[in-house]
Each structure stands twice: as C-alpha cells, then as structure tokens.
Design a protein. Structure first.
Length: 137
C-alpha cells in the first residue's frame, strides 16, 4: 500500500532552498545595508546563527518530535526535518504539537522572527542609503 502522506524530495529541496536563500540574503543585506561596518558584520553574523539554529536545531528538537510525521514510518514532511529529528530527539506527545505556538519564545515566534528580522533591519538602511541622483536616469 502506498503512503499518501509522503512529500516529494523535490518539494523538500524547494522549501529548504528558499529558506536558506532567505536567511543568506537577509544576513548579506544587513551587512551591505550598513556599509559593511563592524557592527553590521556582527549583527549579520548573529542573525545567520540565530536563523539557522532555530530552523535546523530547535525545530527538530522542539516541534518535530510532537508531529504526526515523526510517527509515520518512511514519511517525509515538507521541511524534511522529521528525518533529523528521528536521530537527535525522542518521540514526544501529539498534544504537545500545539505548544509550538503558545509562549513568547515558542518556535512559531522564533521562526517568524527569523523571517522578519532582515526585513525590519534593512528598512532603515534603505532610507539611509537613498540617493535621488541614482534614481534619475
């Protein structure tokens, strides 16, 4: 019997590829947006560390063990992180899956912070680096 809950590896690569690209562009955008200063390098690097840790360490430890994909043999979720979670975490409780969104520092908030930090950090840089001379052809 075929498992209808298995995600294609193609979709996993698209999901992780766009996530990694977003994180890398965010870190580089922070660095370049503030003239590659020492503070920009530090903040850009800290953002990259935070974003990759929350996605590829905290999610397999905090969220994946409580997910239904963790329990299904030969399954692959959209992120593919259930495969990593099987190796580094023990099975959690299905009821605990909803806890990923309950606290101030829950995984959903950390995930959204990793997506929005570069956007919020680069917005002032757009105004600081604006040049009317470059806008006129």
């Amino acid at each position: 019997m075929k498992n209808n809950f298995k995600i294609s590896i193609f979709y996993v690569l698209i999901y992780n590829g766009t996530t990694i690209l977003h994180y890398l562009l965010g870190g580089v955008g922070i660095i370049l947006g503030y003239y590659s200063s020492r503070a920009a390098y530090i903040f850009g690097f800290l953002y990259l560390v935070f974003s990759f840790l929350q996605m590829y360490m905290l999610m397999p430890l905090m969220v994946c063990p409580n997910c239904v994909y963790y329990r299904m043999k030969n399954s692959l979720c959209t992120s593919g992180l259930n495969k990593i979670s099987w190796k580094i975490a023990k099975e959690g409780d299905l009821e605990g899956f909803n806890n990923r969104r309950n606290d101030l520092f829950c995984h959903n908030h950390l995930y959204m912070a990793a997506l929005f930090i570069p956007i919020l950090a680069m917005t002032p840089a757009l105004f600081l680096n604006f040049s009317l001379f470059l806008q006129v052809p």
